[in-house]
Design a protein around this ligand. Structure first.
Ligand SMILES: Cc1cc2nc3c(=O)[nH]c(=O)nc-3n(C[C@H](O)[C@H](O)[C@H](O)COP(=O)(O)OP(=O)(O)OC[C@H]3O[C@@H](n4cnc5c(N)ncnc54)[C@H](O)[C@@H]3O)c2cc1C
Length: 439
């Protein structure tokens, strides 16, 4: 690792050039003593891109006490399989050659990494490192919370209207589009577009215009009344208006073992992880649009895709269902629900209940993907926003919420159809409305 001093905001970090290692260096770099954190990453993996800037900034803070290394999983499959790394990214923490603390996988928060790093260090080192962080305050006209299509479009229109705007996202920008393998219904493209490219282009367009991006951060507090957002615990952002564009999150089945096996056999992102199941058997839970489309994608890699669905038929669009059922690799099991997930050796074992006979059966596979619907991302908002009966934010026709100067757009709002085009339309409307207000 190379060291040097640099300024990031008003925090003085040691600038660490993180080392990329291969399997042959694992013994030397990781197991030969000392405190080490190892990031197994993949390409075309939005969660890996989201964790990378956090990992790098933390290397700057902790790098003189803990060694930060990363390894390209696709090129080091044998070692990653041997270590039981089943999804990307996965962070492993070592102390004196032994793996310690819980592994972190999937959409990893900065605070989760900090907790694990702190667990490796004595209290005085932690105090010294955290003591270097000084609070930062910034002012903008508008804060856009969430960088999916809704937030990115709002950011673009605001920027083009010369409104000083910051876009804050807990992940990399792109939202659900970045993890959708193909988008064929976004106007302007003759051929289907890879989701990550479409979201990348949307994001670059907004960023190049001049909207400030603060992405892959922890949003630690949101005060909608005072229009204040706290990022990574030390940066307070004030604005005249806030646009909530935080989208939705996949529902969990609630079955035993799901949380524990998330990222260790259970995945919610086919784009990220389907490529690791070439000629393997995969179990998919769900039967709506996402489950049907993503199963079709997984079947390009896997030898068999068993789909467990609680109803008697899929509830997706007819063309997609017909295409899926014509694929000999697809094996639907209707009227069944998962009750538990277990890992036995390298195999995933799912206990399912036959909803007709109540009989419990077990189904084995190499991996599990879950696609069972969404819930709105509103957990951070303690102020009382008016919601509909399903918990989505109510807005007027200019995207204003029940709280003055707070707007909401995209999948998080109460509406009938949640699509990229509808999120983009909401973002446009909110931005034009705010630009007129602030003029
Ligand atoms: C698997 C799948 C396939 C799909 N395929 C299509 C398709 O082919 N065509 C189509 O039109 N639509 C499709 N959709 C729907 C479409 O992706 C969504 O309607 C659209 O992305 C909604 O955009 P959004 O900006 O509202 O939210 P999202 O895309 O959900 O983005 C929300 C953003 O907010 C961020 N965020 C969350 N919480 C916070 C917080 N507290 N603070 C800051 N940021 C936060 C998230 O990280 C994310 O980047 C698909 C959806 C899925 C899940």
């Amino acid at each position: 690792m190379e060291y040097g001093w640099s300024e990031t905001g008003n925090i003085k970090y040691k600038e660490i050039k993180m080392k990329e290692i291969s399997s042959s260096e694992f013994e030397q770099e990781v197991l030969q003593g000392g405190k080490v954190v190892l990031d197994f990453y993949s390409t075309e993996c939005p969660p890996c891109e989201a964790v990378a800037p956090k990992f790098e900034s933390l290397a700057g803070m902790y790098g003189h006490e803990i060694k930060f290394v990363k390894m390209y999983r696709q090129a080091n499959r044998e070692l990653s399989d041997k270590l039981g790394v089943k999804s990307s990214p996965t962070l492993l923490f070592f102390d004196n050659g032994k793996e310690v603390t819980e592994r972190l996988a999937g959409g990893i928060k900065r605070s989760e990494i900090i907790n694990n790093l702190n667990a490796l260090l004595p209290a005085e080192s932690i105090t010294k490192i955290t003591g270097k962080i000084k609070p930062l305050v910034s002012e903008y006209d508008v804060i856009v919370l969430g960088g999916g299509p809704g937030g990115l479009t709002a950011g673009l229109y605001l920027c083009q209207a010369k409104i000083n705007t910051v876009l804050v996202d807990i992940s990399l920008p792109g939202g659900h589009v970045s993890t959708t393998h193909e988008v064929s219904n976004y106007p302007g493209f003759i051929d289907p577009q890879a989701g990550y490219m479409l979201s990348h282009n949307m994001s670059e367009q907004t960023k190049l215009c001049g909207t400030v991006f603060k992405v892959a951060v922890d949003v630690t507090k949101v005060d909608l009344i005072n229009k204040t957002v706290v990022v990574d615990e030390f940066e307070t952002i004030h604005a005249k208006r806030i646009i909530i564009a935080t989208g939705t999150t996949p529902n969990l089945t609630g079955a035993k073992g799901e949380r524990e096996l998330k990222g260790k056999g259970i995945s919610y992102c086919a784009t990220c992880d389907a490529k690791y199941f070439v000629d393997k058997e995969v179990i998919v839970i769900g039967g709506g649009n996402s489950a049907v489309e993503e199963s079709d994608f997984i079947a390009k890699f896997a030898s068999k895709v068993t789909i467990i669905h609680q109803f008697a038929a899929f509830t997706a669009n007819k063309t997609a269902i017909e295409k899926l059922l014509a694929n000999p690799k697809i094996h639907p099991i209707f009227l069944h629900e998962p009750r538990s997930f277990k890992k036995v050796g390298d195999q995933m074992v799912v206990e399912v209940e036959d909803l007709t006979t109540k009989e419990i059966k077990t189904i084995g596979g190499d991996g599990v993907f879950i696609f069972i619907g969404m819930k709105p991302n509103l957990g951070l908002f303690t102020d009382k926003l008016e919601l509909d009966q399903w918990g989505y934010i109510k807005t007027d026709d200019e995207m204003r919420t029940s709280i003055p100067d707070i707007y909401a757009v995209g999948d998080v709002i109460s509406k009938k159809y949640r699509q990229i085009t509808t999120a983009v339309a909401d973002g446009t409307i909110a931005a034009i409305s705010i630009a007129k207000d602030l003029d």
